[in-house]
Structures are given as C-alpha cells and as structure tokens.
Write a protein that binds this ligand. Structure first.
Ligand code: C5P
Length: 312
C-alpha cells in the first residue's frame, strides 16, 4: 500500500456576473441570485501530515505570496490559525469522516485577500478536496458540497468552477453555459470592506428590496458567447452599498469605463472592482488606465471561465 505524503489542489477566484440581493432573512442572511464565474487566478493548497497533534483536522497553517510580490501586503491579512476558513474546512471534514491523521495546510496565494473574489472561500474548498484525497475519505465532489455550504455561502462554487447560478444564500448551485472566453481586469484596493457591513448598508439603502430575480439577458449572452452583451448585462445590487462605504471606488469604475471596458462594476461586496475587456490586449489597456485611479493599488488580469478545484 502506498502512503500519500502530500496533496496539492489548485483553486480559482470568482467574479459575480450578477448579484441580485433580496431582503434580509430572519437568520440574517439574504436570498440571492448569484451568477458565479471562475477566473484564472489561482491559489494552491497543499496538505501534508503533521505530527504535532494526536487527533484529526488541521494542526498548522502557513501562507506564502504566489503573485510575484504584488500581494505581499495582502498576505498579512491571512489568519494563520483556526480562524482561517481552510483550517475550519479540514477540522469539519475530519469530524465528518473520522479521519485521525492531523494535517498541515500550506497556502500559496495569488487571489487578493478580502477583496470580494472569495479567496478565503476558495482556500476552504481546496482544503476540503485536498484533505479528502489525503485521508482517502472517498467523498465525491457532490458529497463535498454540503460541508462546503456549511462553511460559507461562497465555498461550494469553487468545487465546481466554470459558471453557475447560486440561489438560496448563494450555495445552491446550477451550472450555466458560458461559451465566450471573457477577459477580466481586477482593480485591488489597499484595505478591505467587511462583507457583513456591506450587506447591512444594503439593508439601509434598500429597506424594500424585492425577491432576487435572475436575468435572462445575461444568461442568453453567456450562452451565445457575446461578450459585449455580457458586459451590458453585468449587475451587482451590492454596488451602491460598497460605493456608499468607499465613495472613491466610483473613480476606479469611471477610469475603466473611459478606457472602453465593456462592463465596470464592484466585485461581490468589494472593494475589488472588475472590468470586462474585449481581448487580452484591451485588458492590458484597461488595467493601465485603472491604475491611475486614486484608490487602485494594483491590477491583475485573468480570463474565464476555468474549472473548479483540481488535484495537481
Ligand atoms: O456565508 P458567509 O460567511 O460567507 O457570509 C458572510 C456574511 O455575508 C454573513 O455573515 C452575512 O452578513 C452576509 N451574507 C448575507 N447573505 C448571504 C451571504 C452572505 O447576508 N446570502
């Protein structure tokens, strides 16, 4: 019998092509129609055996910057203890499966931290896949969706990747067809926006929010591979709330529009802003323009869609 000594899983960031937000529910969450789209910006999570603890779950976590230096300041915001969602993912899977071998988690991060690109959720999804393989737990991808959804609203999507419509609080997923290769620019801010605070601001701005509805024009544009029509249909109900909390983001969005972006919007709960470009070359042009905006600390470009968490 061979013993697995290390498992590495590569996992993508996401951007929300539509984020329709309903009224606050009694449990504090909001019903969403959340069109997730996986982009080629990847974290890697490596699981190895740890000898420091007698029971299963995570025993340690380390993180490194895999972006070539651009995200070094972001790395300081990654918790290296049991408050990290990837650590909690390993603990949850150990409890569910009875796995006994404690693991060390190492994160190689290229997804911006606290940016609305679900990097922490992606790491948790990758940790589930890596621990499942490391422990030989034998759960298939569908069986991992349930623990993923319990860890957070955005953890299930990176397990499937591609493009998918999330309903409920975003964790009930239906894959969607996207036949275009979409070219994205992401403008990163120094400092973050708290997701609960953005949702709370949304509740104040829109106390009479209707039930969230999907957008047939967006789904048709994705299926037809019409990037221009996708750009026209991009929407984020949280954008006014994010802009109210961080008004300077409006200048970032305007810089991208002026450079001819097909769409310009706040990604998820922000503060990262996303821009759809016509081509890889146009993306570089949009990125250069957006970097002149006062709140933009850094830009990254990435295409979508890409597959979900993959064992390397
Ligand atoms: O599920 P997750 O832990 O990622 O959610 C973070 C926060 O975002 C929640 O505490 C809640 O304030 C807000 N949220 C929400 N409705 C959702 C998803 C998230 O209000 N559907």
């Amino acid at each position: 019998m061979t013993t697995t000594t290390a498992v590495t899983v590569r996992v993508p960031a996401k951007v929300n092509l539509q984020l329709a937000v309903g009224p606050a529910r009694e449990d504090g969450y909001h019903d969403l129609v959340n069109v997730f789209h996986a982009v080629a910006l990847f974290d890697e999570v490596t699981v190895t055996g740890a000898r420091t603890r007698a029971t299963g779950g995570a025993a340690g976590l380390t993180a490194e910057d895999a972006s070539g230096g651009g995200l070094a300041s972001h790395l300081a915001r990654v918790p290296l203890d049991s408050s990290n969602l990837a650590w909690r993912a390993a603990d949850l899977l150990a409890r569910e499966t009875g796995a006994q071998t404690p693991v060390h988690l190492h994160l190689r991060k290229a997804i911006p931290v606290a940016g609305g690109m679900a990097g922490g959720s992606a790491d948790a999804a990758a940790a589930l896949v890596a621990c499942n393989a490391f422990w030989g737990s034998g759960l298939d991808r569908a069986a991992l969706l349930d623990p993923a959804a319990r860890l957070g609203s955005d953890v299930a999507f990176p397990l499937i990747g591609g493009t998918a419509v999330g309903t409920g609080r975003g964790e009930v997923l239906n894959p969607a067809r996207c036949s275009a290769r979409l070219h994205w620019v992401f403008a990163l801010s120094e400092g973050g926006l708290s997701t609960p605070e953005v949702f709370a601001a949304y509740d104040r701005l829109r106390p009479d929010a209707p039930e969230p509805q999907g957008d047939p024009a967006l789904m048709a544009a994705l299926a037809e591979g019409d990037a221009r029509a996708v750009g026209a249909a991009l929407s984020n109900d949280l954008q006014p709330a994010a802009l109210a909390l961080r008004p300077v983001l409006a200048e970032t969005l305007e810089a991208g529009r002026a450079a001819g972006a097909l769409g310009a919007f706040v990604s998820g709960s922000g503060p990262t802003c996303a821009f759809l470009a016509e081509s890889a070359e146009h993306a570089e042009h949009v990125a250069a323009a957006v970097r002149t905006a006062p709140d933009c600390a850094e830009t990254v470009t990435a295409h979508g869609e890409v597959p979900g968490a993959t064992v390397l």
